[in-house]
Design a protein around this ligand. Structure first.
Ligand code: ADP
Ligand code: MG
Length: 724
């Protein structure tokens, strides 16, 4: 077997690995939400009046009554302790895409030295973690480091079981002591409230007497890679950066499409089942699993839920995927581009809005009334994407996602809307005022004399669009696999709130003039199309022509890197949007720019240091070792009068020299610390550091392709992607 000793050993161990024995399957009904303190469990354990009060709070999102909190806390504690939990944690979602938790024991020491378990309503409702080590983007000075966490009652408490014990987890919001949002949950809840207000107004104008609370829904498809932990532990880049910084493409990649939807390898399937069981117990409705396009890549998708709960569940899902992988001898990579030249991972965020009285508002529906309502909401979305496309781009801007966007496997960094031919035709006809009979069969009657009938089946799919209508929802495909879905959802809900507000005002004006409702709808939608129809695009989003046309003819922005996209958060129109909808104050928005920019800069600088390290301590020594073997062989042979082609020695020597030259340049570039602004620093990372890192890598990958396999110190792409 080839490969250096450590790799050979890893391969041997992996080949001998057996899948973990799958647990005997439990009945789904028995597992379901077993570890969640949900309404059913509350009903069983709380006095009637208390239950009624908390249920109302949960359904309406109102403030929890303090008198109720004590009873709920006690019931929650008893339930958690009966399941073996001695600790509780306020779980919160800082601006970093991560999940944070502060653990406290139920233990309370009494005057006589005895202990009792204690958990009051006050503690349930509010916690006080030291917030100073969480990024706050300048909101707080360190002497005001206190941050508060407060239970978000709309997201249920649950027990997280690990091998080390069980903890009662309470999903919370995280705010500064002056009340500013320090997390992703507060703005998400506010964005839903803003969208609810605007949507309710429009629904009433459309003639609905009864309009329930409008919520937003989300179903997020999560892609990930699994690499055997024996390989991953030999790759400093995978351990520290979550992606490979060196590595030559294998002779065979994904070109045969033989992995996508193929049979799931046995070890992986056992892992997936273990993940799903844990998720079911946590009340997370995992629904779909399959192999993805790249070798070693997979997907898991839950059934959709209310956006706020879906967002918390998404965070839990990422945690479970990573933890369970360890137990099964894998490392789960959530990075957007772990392997250069191989498809990366995204997270398709399926999003819609609806309520219990009108149902899914992005579903064309069956009746003429529903069809018209659908077109109004769809029009509002179109306007939103056109006005705030750059903000959508900023919401998915991370150092890691930059590797994927626009790489002709993922949607481009230009935001456009794909409607499908049918719906596009309908909107075009509204715009041109030339309504003709639709050519298509199985159509719906809009009941509006001037609107063409609408086909029920959206049918066709366009994988190259960043934001596509898929029949009864929009699918935001450009979101990164590593990201919290909260950020994208905040932007979608907020821009829709703004658009619905505009649509509502326009409808009101028209109706006030005595215009008939159906004509008023057409007039407003026509206006939407005239002002914003440019954002609709049904063609190939990967093509060169689109990149040129989008910018030159359509006036859309192309923001290829995070350094280009994040400054959008400072734009006046974005500040206005968040302020008037009440989702983020200017201070909160500014702090988000600072935090995200700092993370971008830090992650690139850390990677740059790692590239230097690996080049110097692994790649260069491998080249030198090979050269020394080769040169002594050449010398020995020549003493026997045998000559050996020395071209390879020269090639490797040249590559090693080039490697060290660019590594030196990268080291020198990292020395620069004086930047006039955060923007300048980001640009430096994007346009100076990254290209240098790529140059170092280029020499490194060429060396891997030239020297003896046994001299190469890192597990190869071939090994990591194909050996399971
Ligand atoms: P595909 O791979 O074809 O995009 P999947 O079945 O993998 O489809 O994922 C579709 C996702 O969209 C699922 O999470 C599903 O629950 C979700 N979804 C369906 N309807 C809605 C809706 N109204 N709002 C939000 N998400 C939805
Ligand atoms: Mg899918």
């Amino acid at each position: 077997m080839s490969g250096n000793a450590a790799r050979v050993q890893a391969i041997a161990q992996i080949t001998n690995r057996k899948p973990m024995t799958p647990k005997a399957p439990e009945r789904l009904e028995d597992m379901w939400a077993e570890n969640v303190f949900n309404l059913q469990k509350m009903q069983a354990s709380l006095p009637k009046a208390v239950f009624k009060s908390i249920k109302k709070t949960i359904l309406t999102g109102e403030k929890l009554d303090a008198s109720v909190a004590d009873s709920v806390a006690m019931a929650m504690r008893d339930w958690a302790m009966a399941k073996g939990a001695l600790y509780y944690a306020h779980v919160f979602y800082p601006m970093t895409n991560l999940t944070a938790e502060k653990h406290d024991g139920f233990i309370s020491v009494q005057g006589d030295g005895s202990v009792i378990s204690e958990f009051s309503g006050k503690v349930l409702v509010q916690g006080e973690p030291d917030g100073s080590s969480f990024p706050n983007g300048g909101i707080r000075d360190t002497f005001e480091a206190r941050g508060y966490t407060a239970w978000d009652v709309t997201s249920p408490a649950y027990i997280m079981e690990t091998d080390n014990g069980s903890t009662l987890c309470i999903p919370t919001v995280f705010v500064s002591w002056t009340g500013e949002a320090l997390d992703k949950k507060v703005p998400l809840l506010r964005s839903i409230a803003a969208m609810d207000t605007a949507a309710s107004k429009v629904l009433k104008l459309l003639g609905n007497d009864e309009v329930a609370h409008v919520n937003s829904s989300c179903g997020a498809e999560q892609e990930y890679f699994l690499v055997d932990s024996n390989f991953a532990s030999q790759r400093p880049d995978l351990l520290l950066a979550g992606r490979t910084l060196f590595g030559k493409a294998p002779a065979k990649g994904q070109e045969f499409d033989d992995h996508y939807f193929g049979a799931i390898p046995e070890r992986v399937q056992v892992y997936m089942q273990d993940v799903e069981e844990t998720l079911y117990k946590l009340g997370i409705p995992a629904k779909t699993r399959h192999n993805e396009v790249a070798p070693g890549q997979f997907e898991i998708a839950p059934f959709f839920e209310a956006a706020n709960v879906a967002s918390d569940h998404q965070q839990m899902m990422m945690t479970v995927l990573k933890c369970k992988a360890k137990e099964h001898g894998f490392v789960c990579l959530l990075h957007e581009k772990p392997f250069a030249g191989i498809n990366g991972s995204g997270k398709h965020v399926n999003w819609s809005v609806g309520n219990s009285t009108q149902g899914n508002l992005l579903d064309p529906g069956d009746s003429p009334h529903e069809n018209a309502q659908f077109l109004v909401f769809c029009g509002a979305v179109i306007r939103g994407v056109h006005k705030y496309g750059p903000l959508m781009r900023a919401a998915i801007a991370t150092a890691s996602n930059d590797h994927r966007l626009g790489a002709n496997e993922a949607p481009p960094a230009i935001m456009s809307v794909y409607l499908g031919t049918q719906l596009e035709e309908v909107f075009d006809q509204i715009k041109n005022g030339s309504v003709s009979d639709s050519k298509h069969k199985d159509v719906m009657d809009l009941g509006l004399s001037s609107v063409p009938p609408l086909s029920k089946d959206a049918g066709d799919r366009n994988r190259t669009s960043p934001f596509a209508f898929t029949g009864n929802r929009f699918e935001f495909r450009a979101v990164g696999s590593n990201q919290s879905v909260a950020g994208p959802l905040i932007v979608l809900n907020t821009m829709l709130a703004d658009s619905l507000e505009w649509v509502g005002n326009r409808l009101e004006t028209e109706l006030g003039k005595g215009t008939e409702l159906s004509s008023a709808i057409i007039m407003v939608l026509k206006e939407v199309m005239e002002l914003h129809g440019n954002v609709i695009f049904g063609g190939n989003g990967y093509s060169e022509e689109w990149h040129t046309m989008a910018v030159k003819e359509r006036g859309l922005e192309n923001l290829p890197t995070t350094a280009d996209a994040l400054p959008v958060l400072k734009a006046e129109y974005v500040k206005d949007l968040f302020e008037k909808t009440g989702v983020l104050t200017p201070v909160e928005l500014e702090s988000r720019f600072e935090v995200y920019a700092e993370q971008y800069i830090l992650s690139i600088e850390v990677e740059a240091k790692l590239v230097i390290n690996m080049a110097k301590t692994m790649v260069y020594p491998a080249a030198v070792e090979y050269l020394s073997q080769l040169s002594s062989t050449i010398a020995n042979l020549s003493s026997l009068g045998v000559s050996l082609e020395t071209g390879s020695a020269q090639t490797v020597a040249d590559l090693a020299s080039a490697l060290m030259k660019t590594t030196g340049e990268l080291s020198a570039a990292l020395e620069k610390h004086d930047f006039a602004s955060t923007e300048e620093h980001m640009n430096y990372c994007a346009f100076t550091l990254r290209p240098l890192m790529d140059q170092v890598r280029e020499s490194g990958d060429a060396i891997e392709g030239e020297i003896a396999d046994s001299a190469w110190p890192l597990p190869t792409y071939q090994e990591m992607l194909f050996i399971k």
